[in-house]
Design a protein around this ligand. Sequence first.
Ligand SMILES: Nc1ncnc2c1ncn2[C@@H]1O[C@H](COP(=O)(O)OP(=O)(O)OP(=O)(O)O)[C@@H](O)[C@H]1O
Ligand SMILES: [Mg+2]
Length: 518
Amino acid sequence: MTPANPEGDGLLRYLDVLRERVWLIVGCTVLVLAVAVAYVEVASKTYTATAQLGVQAISGSDTVLAGIPGVLHQSGDPTQDVLSGAQFVTTPDVAAQVVKTLHLNVSPTTALGWVSASPIGQSDFVAVQAQTGSASLSERVANAFVAQTIAVTTAQMHQAILAQLPSMQAQLQGTPLADRYGSGAIGTSVQELEQYQHKNNPSLFAGATATLPTGPSSPNKKLTVIAGLIAGLVLGIGIAFAAHAFDPRLRRAEQLRDLLGVPVLARILQERRRRPQPLLPSEISITSQEGYRTLRTMLSVRRGNDSPVYLVTGSGPGEGKSTTAISLAWSLTHTGASVILIEADVRRPTFASIFDLQYLFGIDEVLKGEVPLASALAPVLLDDSGIRVLAARHSGFELSDKLSHGVAVKLLEDAKALADYVVIDSPPLTVVSDALPFAKLADEVIVVVRRGVTRLKALVELDDLLRQNGVRPSGIVVVGDSDSPGAGYYPGYANGKPAEAPARVPSKPRSGWPVREP
Ligand SMILES: Nc1ncnc2c1ncn2[C@@H]1O[C@H](COP(=O)(O)OP(=O)(O)OP(=O)(O)O)[C@@H](O)[C@H]1O
Ligand SMILES: [Mg+2]
């Protein structure tokens, strides 16, 4: 049998995958968020301070300062002028002056590495940005770079004027008095240059000063936390889908419809009670008990013959096979029938312990032919219902060595002669196939699946194995349903749990019915 699509179709399927693994996603998100917050706390912090340098290039018609280094002349493109102004900031000379004036214990190259200068939009200003590990240092460095850019270029201008003046003054001496002054005349130029010797660079000026940064610019707390949140969510969702792809487990009973093509006979609630062993009928909710009654009804509707043999199996460990076998046997007794419960799962036998059996013989002695079945059956009283139990005495006992077809036929014939119903608790046949002879002889084979536990692949394997051996499963019992159709049937019972104690079976089974007291 090849299932069309065991996962179901549509977008809803993806939503279901997310819903089923919501805690994984939440866990991932919280984890990554915690890492992001921890990073923000421990990562070294950077503080950014920005000062402004104004650029006012000298008009091209003003020839007095032509060729004077450090002075910017209009290029015709204001953007280019501001860009040229920015280039005056990040020079080794300016950095050396900053180190000197701020008495920094670093090299000019290091100080230069802290600073960047770039035009602010279409304005006449250059943003001088300093990034250091200290808020006050960043503030002082940004302001110092602006001040020292003006100072250094002013010094360059003064030096150039000083070098130029003697020759111009000599030229002035040789010029007739009447021609010395006026627009563009040598005397006027000399006067202007002498004045510039006492002024700052006219093409640069200080803009807004840097203020003390109130917090670190990096790492950015808000951004990092948002990034952590998004990354955690994405990671969680990715892992959820990966987990789903690599380990597809049964999540919804509907998946079974396409997968096995056999009916769901009963749905059993996910019980809150926790114990490592199978749950007794007294330990499950009224709704689950009702689920097992439904199973009984479904099976008896399907078969009307006398002493049918029901075999309960599954595709993996811990799915609720033994719990189902016990509760099915228990519910069968309510019809007034006699029931024999056989423990054919000898890997991890549990019946002796949960039924508190003190007995001499078990299934191994019966299969070896050492004792008749009747002598090995232990009577157990669950409430007022008696069942007879053939338990496995030793774990690890090799059932396959003893259980030939003939032996199985004999055991079941004997059992049918002694009871109205025979219920067999079988191991998962894909894992331990030694109970297969029982499966071939059983009238009904019930497959127990458990939401979140049963692997779909294992289920397909079990189905293949059964069909290869000519066994068609009768149906499925879904254990671990969060919402059973029976829930709420009884007024006053929330989620299948009784509001007040109803008539229930005692919590401990009484073995010794009718005679076998320990
Ligand atoms: N309806 C249920 N809700 C919650 N837990 C359950 C339910 N049924 C069984 N369990 C628990 O699941 C575990 C396995 O149950 P059980 O022993 O019946 O399964 P199993 O398939 O027989 O296991 P194994 O493969 O070991 O024989 C036990 O701890 C049991 O208490
Ligand atoms: Mg079991």
